[in-house]
Write a protein that binds this ligand. Structure first.
Ligand code: ARG
Length: 468
């Protein structure tokens, strides 16, 4: 490694060298090297635009593009020269280009600023990553659908306040996450809408003085639109904030799912068994099998919220247009992308492998008066106003609690003491099956509806595959 061989692009105005510490402190190359494919893609398109604008000859364009393609290959092979005097990936590629093809390489930055270059690179990067993330969300949805279908007739207690509430299908509970993830994918698609704006041509801030065809450049780079204000184009990072906000909401959903897996895997619930391949042990307690994957997924949510908070805080109060503070946009975005993708991938595998203790779940629906609402509904079906029915059943539950009985263990003789409306039909009315089947409304837990919901979700995912 040669130290400090790169000449600074802005060195002309400076009489002396930069302090070593300053170089280290201001450099972004240690992390923004990840943008190199996009930076090169942008430069190749820009070289074409400069040629059309009459700035480069065809021969010069050929040499510049050839050089850039070579640099791309080098970097694909992992050959990055960590010379600390390269401030960032833009200067690195420019420096390497001049090294390779000579001074003609110095024509590439004509009329172009790193301020717009970095905005372009980050937009291209996010566009590619959002595509991957949306595919990974789909994978997790498919894993949930697989689970739902595998255990289609398993019932579990539905909870409110983490207290047993009403019986639902396990599949219905899982399908709630499929819905959340559906909105998450939509949110990312919406975010792409505003991300897909091509900033080149903005120059440092005022717009470039060269007649480049921005519309054509946008097309070349796969953007449907160009930015409409050069000051905004070099200052704006709301596309990144929007992505981080979307990523944070996804992590909320993944964290809630993880929390439930952790609870369900505890001996107290024992609803699911986390396969050994997805669990870890304790260095001290020989008996332990811990759901660390779900715990880390829950924990990493905090990290992504931190990424969002960090960038929001960086942006707050920045005067227009570009400020070096904006260099702080990349690490939170990269971290959020890596963390989110890793979490989606590992949770999809975990969900696929979860084994359900159907017997245990069913037994849990039998204790705790999960059919109390059905009992009240029964009285309503006999003509009693709901509020009174609620009161009657409340009293029955109270007495059952005192005597350690379930609703279905009361005799008709006992029941009519609370209301003359009770008859033999009551016992059939409050069974688990009856309770589930009565909830055949759109969006309800009746087995028929849940089966339809699964089919609809499958069809939607397929459609999404085609549309990308
Ligand atoms: N490394 C910089 C960033 O990430 C690129 C733009 C630098 N522009 C400048 N004028 N210093 O934001």
């Amino acid at each position: 490694m040669t130290m400090g061989k790169a000449k600074k692009a802005w060195g002309g105005r400076f009489a002396g060298p930069t302090e070593r510490r300053v170089e280290e402190y201001t450099a972004s190359l240690p992390f923004d090297w990840r943008l190199y494919p996009y930076d090169i893609q942008g430069s190749i398109a820009y070289a074409r635009a400069l040629t059309k604008a009459g700035v480069l000859t065809e021969v010069e364009r050929g040499r510049i593009i050839g050089g850039l393609e070579e640099i791309k290959k080098e970097l694909d092979d992992g050959r990055l020269d960590p010379d600390p005097t390269y401030e960032d990936i833009h200067m690195y590629i420019e420096g390497r280009l001049i090294e390779k093809i000579g001074e003609v390489g110095g024509k590439l930055p004509t009329g172009r600023s790193r301020n717009e270059q970095v905005a372009l690179d980050l937009r291209l990067y996010l566009k590619a990553e959002i595509g991957e993330i949306r595919a990974e969300i789909r994978e997790l949805q498919e894993a949930l659908l697989e689970q739902a279908e595998r255990y289609l007739d398993v019932v579990m207690p539905g909870y409110t306040h983490l207290q047993r509430a009403q019986p639902i299908l396990w599949a219905h509970h899982l399908m709630a996450y499929v819905e959340m993830l559906h909105r998450d994918a939509q949110r990312l698609r919406d975010c792409l809408e505003r991300n897909n704006v091509m900033p080149l041509g903005s120059g440092a801030l005022a717009g470039t003085a060269y007649p480049i065809d921005r519309a054509e450049l946008a097309q070349d780079l796969g953007f449907p639109r160009v930015s409409r204000n050069s000051v905004d184009a070099v200052s704006d990072r709301d596309f990144a904030l929007e992505f981080l906000a979307g990523a944070s909401i996804i992590m909320i959903h993944l964290s809630r799912l993880s929390e439930e897996i952790i609870l369900w895997a505890s001996a107290e619930f024992a609803f699911v068994d986390v396969p050994e391949a997805f669990a870890t042990g304790s260095s001290l307690m020989p008996q332990k099998k811990n759901p660390d994957v779900a715990e880390l997924a829950r924990g990493k949510a905090g990290r992504i919220f931190g990424d969002l908070m960090g960038l929001l805080t960086t942006m707050k109060g920045l005067p227009l247009s570009y400020n070096r503070d904006l260099q702080e946009d990349k690490e939170p975005v990269f971290d959020a992308v890596d963390t989110l993708r890793g979490t989606l991938q590992v949770l999809a595998s975990l969900v696929r492998e979860l084994r359900v203790n159907a017997e245990r779940m069913r037994r849990a629906t039998e204790e705790g008066f999960l059919n109390a609402t059905d009992a009240a509904d029964y009285l309503v079906s006999k003509g009693l106003p709901f509020r009174q029915a609620h009161e009657v059943v409340g009293k029955i539950v109270r007495d059952c609690l005192d005597h350690g009985k379930r609703l279905d263990q009361l005799s008709l003789k006992e029941l009519v003491r609370y209301s003359p409306l009770f008859d033999e039909g009551f016992f059939g009315y409050i069974t688990l099956d009856a309770s589930l089947h009565r909830r055949g409304i759109m969006g309800g837990t009746a087995p028929e509806r849940v089966r339809e919901a699964i089919q609809a979700a499958r069809a939607e995912l397929k459609k999404g595959d085609v549309k990308g």
